[in-house]
Write a protein that binds this ligand. Structure first.
Ligand code: HMG
Length: 299
């Protein structure tokens, strides 16, 4: 299969990236990050989550962030919503696109959203219906698609089953999350090949963490499987609070550098993206997780 000419990057830094930060981050700093990212040409930004503040305190100010960002035409600003309460809060904040998040592992589902996989899907059903009535698009996530921190190996057939349910209930796209970054390129190809029997390839996205240094290789393997949407996080921020040891998402700058080298169009300006990543890394007082950014700043 030939490589796609164009891909869409879903920037998850402000959500997946910041949700794991222990130190307080002001609403103004979150807003600045989102605005820097839209100025760099990102067309899809996950801004925050409407989840329980007891579970993920860092996302508590998401409504304020939505109220203060400068909305740029053509940019999708999305939020995570685990249940009806989350959807209602998102609607009140003027959010037009949300994401529900399930898992292919029972143990992870319990740790992350306090219910079984079947219960989570039952919870999403009324949310999907309410979102449809309000013209809100819903994206779906499946976590632990290439391994679970509690259960170990996860069967591709289980991922396909959960992805099929999310797609059938109306998620326009299903993002497959390698939550702990244990996947390798061969397993990634098998995974997409299996899931694509249930959900069309053009409705699937890849979400890779770089814990084992495999993320770019896995993205390349996904391209070979006809996948053209990838989630990434500026400066490689993040990790899931319910997956201990999960390092950041693959850095957006590194993914973009690879796509530029492959002549795959994204509409994103690498220099502006690097500047956004430097700014947030300095603010957090942590090393920039993008190798491309580090190389640029080393010279
Ligand atoms: C799902 C729940 C709420 C269930 O949590 P629960 O405790 O079972 O919920 P509950 O319905 O029993 O309610 C308990 C309390 O939470 C409140 N509550 C209930 N819902 C909400 C809401 N939406 N917003 C705000 N508050 C809420 C509710 O009002 C109540 O408040 P109290 O009466 O105790 O004061 C909880 O487990 C939760 O919030 N989990 C979120 C976990 C999370 O955000 N994880 C990170 C995102 S997933 C991820 O990072 C993976 C991904 C997507 O990136 C892909 C990958 O890499 O794998």
């Amino acid at each position: 299969m030939s490589l796609p000419k164009q891909v869409r990057l879903v920037e998850v830094g402000p959500r997946d990236g910041l949700q794991n930060e222990q130190q307080p981050i002001s609403v103004a700093d979150k807003v600045r990050l989102v605005d820097d990212l839209s100025a760099a040409g990102l067309s899809y930004i996950e801004v925050g989550s409407f989840v329980s503040p007891k579970w993920v305190p860092q996302m508590a100010g998401s409504a304020e962030v939505f109220a203060q960002i400068q909305r740029k035409a053509g940019v999708t600003y999305a939020a995570l919503t685990p249940n009806m309460k989350g959807l209602e809060a998102a609607i009140e904040a003027g959010v037009k696109e949300v994401a529900v998040f399930g898992a292919a592992s029972e143990a992870f589902s319990q740790k992350n959203i306090n219910c079984s996989i079947a219960e989570s899907l039952a919870r999403f059903a009324p949310l999907m219906e309410a979102a449809r009535e309000q013209d809100i698009r819903v994206r779906g996530y499946v976590s632990c698609v290439l391994g679970c921190p509690y259960e170990g190996e996860v069967a591709p057939a289980k991922v396909a089953e959960v992805a099929r349910e999310l797609y059938a209930m109306g998620c326009y796209e299903v993002s497959l999350g390698d939550t702990i970054g244990t996947g390798t390129p061969g397993k990634t190809r098998t995974l997409f090949d299996t899931v694509a029997r249930e959900v069309p390839r053009e409705r699937l996205a890849g979400h890779f963490h770089d814990t084992y240094g495999q993320a770019l290789a896995n993205i390349y393997a996904s391209l070979l499987e006809g996948i053209a949407v990838f989630d990434s996080s500026v400066a490689g921020l993040g990790g899931c609070p319910y997956a201990k040891g999960a390092s950041g998402n693959v850095a957006s700058e590194d993914v973009l550098y690879m796509f530029n080298g492959l002549d795959i169009a994204t509409g994103i300006d690498l220099d502006a993206l690097i500047a956004a990543g430097q700014r947030i890394s300095q603010l957090l007082g942590r090393a920039n997780g993008s190798r491309v950014a580090r190389a640029r700043h080393a010279g």
